[in-house]
Structures are given as structure tokens and as C-alpha cells.
Design a protein around this ligand. Structure first.
Ligand SMILES: NC(=O)c1ccc[n+]([C@@H]2O[C@H](COP(=O)([O-])OP(=O)(O)OC[C@H]3O[C@@H](n4cnc5c(N)ncnc54)[C@H](O)[C@@H]3O)[C@@H](O)[C@H]2O)c1
Length: 251
């Protein structure tokens, strides 16, 4: 799928991996719409890149519909969707005071990371089905999983479950959308230098970097965006989840 001149949606585009992706896609000529629940961050990236910003809570069907309507009115039918909206937390299944994990907290992570991802991709795909194909395809969806999907650390029960489900739904959704010539791929990043990771003490960041076999450092946000670009450009990558982690395995 070409990027130049194509309408693209980036959820979570106000920060971190999503912001880097919005910037790269805009630089390659895409008409980008950033969907984020944080209007200050979203507007800032939109101003920097010439993108459209639409305030949106990915967990809410009506909110996603309104944001996609605004993007479509400005840019036409979107052919690229990159889902980066997400949250993480560290909560043990049973804490040191023998209290069970808050069910509300568990549901919130699943709701934003998993249900939110599915909500945007299903509405995006439904709109795209009506558009003419360009060559052999109509468009592509890139979701953000995590290496915690496969080797989550203590406290990541909800986060790992949400990210494993994002990886696991890639194949059935690819099969669902194959007749419509829409691809779907999940990326499972290791630790990347997003604002959250930048805020950690240097000592902790050094330890995280040292745990990556090669290259022994944290990922750069642009490297995630460049991998999204590779996936968009490569028609045979479909229905899978690909680790982007320098061979890191969480301990
Ligand atoms: N940074 C990493 O090392 C890393 C590693 C693996 C996976 N990930 C995943 O990548 C994604 C992006 O991570 P990041 O580090 O860039 O995080 P980030 O916090 O910098 O950005 C996340 C963005 O999502 C938005 N968001 C959160 N909830 C939302 C909602 N309900 N509706 C709309 N927008 C919402 C936030 O406002 C924010 O702008 C997340 O799903 C995260 O789990 C990150």
C-alpha cells in the first residue's frame, strides 16, 4: 500500500509511538488524522505535522464514529489505521496485603487496550470495504501489542492479557478481512523511549537497555514508525504479530 496521498488514522497519536508514527506518515505524504483522548497532546502533534486532530475515547463506539466521521469529511476514506492508544499498569493478582487485583482496574486495561483497538479497527474496516481497491489491496491495519504479550513480568496480568489478545486476533481478523483485501498486522515492541520510559531514573533505563541482547539499547520511537512503514509497504505481511525487540525477553 502506498502512503503518499492516502488518508491515515493514528490512535494514541498524541504521544510516544503514535506521535512518531503520525509524524512519519505525514512526512511521507499521508493525510493523517490523530485520534487521542488527550486534546492538548493531540493538538500539539497535529499542529507540528499538519494532521487533523479528533478528540476520541477509543473505548466508546459513538466517540470513535464521530472521530472517523470528522477524519473522513476532511480526508476521504482512510486506508491506513495504526492503533497505538493504550495504557499500562503494574498490579499483582494478589498484593502484599493479600488483597485481590481490583476487577475495575483489570477491566479498564482490557477495555482500552483490547476493546478500544477492536472498536477502531472494526469501524475503520467497515468504512473501507466500500472504497475501490488500489491495485491488489484496499488498506492495512497495524495494531500495537507488546513483548509482555508473551513474557509479561509480575504485575502485568491485565496488560499481558490485553496485548496477547491483540496478537491472537490478528489471524482471524486477517481471514475475516481477506475478502475485502484489507490486511492486519500486530507489532510487539520491546521497551521504546516513549515519554513514560524517558521519565524513569537513568539507572533503571540503563538496566532495561542492558537486558536487550542486540542492539543493547532501548528502541527509538522512529524505529517503530519505520517498521509500521515497512508493514504498510509489504503486501505479504498479514495476519501475524511481529516482535520488534532486539531479542529481548522480559525477566
Ligand atoms: N513504549 C514502549 O516501550 C511500549 C512497548 C510495548 C508496547 N507499547 C504499547 O504501545 C502503545 C503506545 O505506547 P506509548 O509508550 O507510546 O504510550 P504513551 O502513553 O506515550 O501514548 C499513549 C497515547 O494513547 C492515548 N490514550 C490512552 N487511552 C486512550 C483512550 N481511551 N482513547 C484514546 N486515546 C487514548 C494517550 O492519551 C496517549 O497519547 C501502547 O498500547 C503501549 O502499551 C509501548
Amino acid at each position: 500500500m502506498k502512503i503518499d496521498g492516502v488518508a491515515a488514522i493514528v490512535t494514541g497519536g498524541g504521544s510516544g509511538l503514535g506521535a512518531a508514527t503520525a509524524k512519519l506518515l505525514a512526512a511521507r505524504g499521508a493525510k493523517v488524522a490523530i485520534l487521542d483522548r488527550d486534546p492538548v497532546a493531540g493538538e500539539r502533534v497535529a499542529t507540528e505535522t499538519g494532521a487533523l486532530f479528533a478528540e476520541c475515547d477509543v473505548t466508546c463506539e459513538a466517540s470513535v464514529k464521530t472521530a472517523l466521521d470528522a477524519a473522513e469529511a476532511r480526508h476521504g476514506t482512510a486506508r491506513i489505521l495504526v492503533n497505538c492508544a493504550g495504557i499500562s499498569d503494574l498490579i499483582k493478582t494478589v498484593d502484599d496485603s493479600r488483597m485481590p487485583h481490583s476487577l475495575d482496574a483489570f477491566r479498564r486495561i482490557i477495555d482500552i487496550n483490547l476493546v478500544g483497538t477492536f472498536n477502531t479497527l472494526s469501524q475503520f474496516a467497515a468504512r473501507l470495504c466500500a472504497a475501490d481497491p488500489i491495485g491488489e489491496e484496499r488498506g492495512v491495519i497495524v495494531n500495537t501489542s507488546s513483548i509482555a504479550a508473551f513474557d509479561g513480568i509480575a504485575g502485568q496480568a491485565a496488560y499481558s492479557a490485553s496485548k496477547n489478545a491483540i496478537a491472537g486476533m490478528s489471524l482471524p481478523i486477517a481471514r475475516d478481512l481477506a475478502p475485502h483485501r484489507i490486511r492486519i498486522v500486530a507489532i510487539a515492541p520491546g521497551t521504546f523511549l516513549s515519554p513514560m520510559v524517558e521519565a524513569l531514573p537513568q539507572q533503571y533505563r540503563d538496566a532495561l537497555a542492558a537486558a536487550v541482547p542486540h542492539p543493547s539499547r532501548l528502541g527509538r520511537l522512529e524505529e517503530f514508525a519505520e517498521f509500521v512503514e515497512t508493514i504498510i509497504a509489504s503486501p505479504m505481511i498479514n495476519g501475524t504479530c511481529i516482535r520488534l525487540d532486539g531479542a529481548a525477553r522480559l525477566q
